[in-house]
Write a protein that binds this ligand. Structure first.
Ligand code: C2O
Ligand code: CU
Length: 546
């Protein structure tokens, strides 16, 4: 493969992605940042200069497994020390598989401040996809808040707790539209005619077929994406070929990517709305809109129709149906091991710890240590984190997932799950009621460093003896992010075959901040010498830095 060298500068700049002016974190002046476009086997070098002046930073390459380079996963507190203001950090890794991936900040809640972008890896020369299309396009869906991440972080960690609330806008490829005449909005901060908030236009040539790569990096929202009058054939999910199926509505959760094929086969004399609507939460955020523009119509000509309202937020059934419909494509199936060596059931709960609202897994809410795990484990800094592992399950017999827990206490922990190298691990994500009656949320879980097989989804409480009999061990899709639906469970299987330390967490930015995640370690003894550039914090303060 060839080497692709990028020079990036992360910086705060005033932006108006939804017409409302606020500080955003940009890469080379843009949010979304520059796309990484590469071919399988290429080496990516990103020289990242932190010009945020008063803030640390780190960037995670979401979906890239970092085989042999666990120290460049970009997860602050897990695989590296933060990059200090003024410093330049060099990430260097290989993109070993074709597909659609993402990158984003992995420090504090900076992702939702705008530091994100897409990674597109194509097949090597001479190889072809099992489907055909004329053009390849990428978009990223996000939600957008007007409050700064500082205000949000302060609210989330204070007593009384201040929730971030619903986003002000939905952005499609960095563009949305907030209603500037909303009462209380300062006129000087909101300008409906600012070209920065012109809806994104996806221009298509009549009768051509487009591969649209759609990624979601929302801070909070689960979305429904649709293009008025056009069907979408799902062909890829998180870098894996899907047995094709057709949808009108594509549900997409934060951290997921899909490729869909769309043929521009409708009346070419007009444009059409593409819209993104929040589902799973009762939000009053306006739907995000983009223009599906048939060439040669003007890309700014509004479609003559009213945008589709989208599905009802509380209709869980079609979302579960889509999850279940995603299977590996015939001829591209990597069958999972038929048995596993370990099963970890992870009960997802909302808790109160010393008056602070948190999320926990089996009653443990994670806290990141001062010394990143990868360094602490490799150098044997035994006091860097809690040596006792979090529990492998919960009080199955006595816990009622359908009601608010009788005892909402939990503990914070820096403990980690250690897996024997080359073993097979099953994870059962079990959802439950939140601290509000009759409420259970959707959580998109993302695993670093691996793909997992999605063995099944179910409603209610997972039954360890009954439910595994229905696991799909024939053609399950492999993914790196998967939803756990309200009051339901999701079963995953992965091979602990990538030496390093890896985060597994809810991809909702505020949930992760509130402790909704765990850490896995495997094969630490096989990890090569760590680059000094990842050090400089915690127990590695005195270590040489570049
Ligand atoms: Cu895309 Cu740890 O996240
Ligand atoms: Cu969550």
């Amino acid at each position: 493969g060839r080497v692709r060298h990028y020079k990036w500068e992360a910086k705060y700049e005033f932006k108006s992605p939804d017409c409302y002016k606020k500080l955003a974190i940009t890469v080379n002046g843009k949010t979304p940042g520059p796309s990484i476009v590469a071919q399988q086997g290429d080496t990516i070098i990103v020289e990242l200069k932190n010009s945020l002046l008063t803030e640390n930073v780190a960037i995670h390459w979401h979906g890239i497994r970092q085989i042999g380079t666990p120290w460049f996963d970009g997860t602050e507190g897990v695989t590296q020390c933060p990059i200090l203001p003024g410093d330049t950090f060099v990430y260097k890794f290989i993109v070993d598989r074709p597909g659609t991936y993402l990158y984003h900040a992995h420090y504090g809640m900076q992702r939702e401040a705008g530091l994100y972008g897409s990674i597109r890896v194509s097949l090597p020369e001479g190889e072809s996809e099992p489907f055909s299309y004329d053009y390849d396009r990428s978009i990223i869906l996000t939600d957008w808040y007007h409050a700064s991440t500082y205000e949000q972080v302060a609210g989330l960690s204070s007593i009384p707790f201040v929730w971030v609330g619903e986003p002000q806008s939905i952005l499609i490829q960095g563009k949305g539209r907030f209603n500037c005449s909303t009462p209380g909005i300062q006129a000087s901060l909101c300008n409906a005619t600012n070209p920065e908030c012109t809806p994104y236009a996806l221009t298509v040539i009549p009768r051509k077929t487009y591969r649209l790569r759609i990624g979601s990096l929302t801070a909070l929202s689960a979305l429904n994406f649709e293009i008025e009058g056009h069907n979408m054939t799902v062909v890829e999910a998180d870098g894996h070929y899907v047995e094709p199926f057709v949808v009108k509505n594509l549900f997409i959760y934060s951290g997921e990517t899909y490729s869909v094929l769309i043929t521009a086969d409708q009346d070419p004399s007009r444009n059409y709305w593409a819209s993104a609507k929040i589902v799973s939460r009762n939000s009053n955020t306006t739907n995000g809109l983009a223009i599906f523009n048939y060439y040669p119509n003007h890309p700014r000509r509004n479609p003559p129709t009213v945008p589709a309202p989208g599905p009802h937020w509380n209709d869980n059934e079609p979302r579960l149906t889509q999850s279940i419909a995603i299977k590996s494509r015939q001829g591209y199936i990597h069958p999972p091991p038929q048995t596993s060596d370990r099963v970890i059931v992870m009960l997802n709960t909302q808790n109160n710890i010393n008056g602070v609202r948190r999320w926990s897994i089996n009653n443990a809410s994670y806290n990141l240590p001062h010394t990143p795990y990868l360094i602490a484990l490799k150098y044997n800094f035994t006091d860097a984190f809690d040596p006792s592992p979090p529990p492998d399950g919960y009080d199955f017999a006595n816990y009622d997932i359908y009601s608010v827990a009788k005892n909402v206490n939990a503990t914070t922990s820096t403990g980690i799950y250690r897996n024997k190298f080359n073993t097979t691990v099953d994870i059962i994500l079990q959802n439950a009621n939140t601290m509000n009656p009759n409420n259970s949320e959707t959580h998109p879980w993302h695993l670093h460093g691996h793909d997992f097989w999605v063995l099944g989804y179910g409603k209610g409480k997972f039954d360890k003896t009954k439910d595994p009999k229905n696991f799909n061990l024939v053609n399950p899709i492999m993914k790196n992010t998967v939803p756990v639906h309200p009051y339901g469970w999701t079963a995953l299987r992965f091979r602990a075959d990538n030496p390093g330390v890896w985060a597994f967490h809810c991809h909702i930015e505020s949930h992760f901040f509130m402790g909704m995640g765990v850490i896995f370690e495997e094969g630490i003894e096989k990890v090569g010498p760590l680059p000094k550039s990842i050090m400089g914090c915690g127990d590695t303060k005195g270590f040489h830095r570049p």
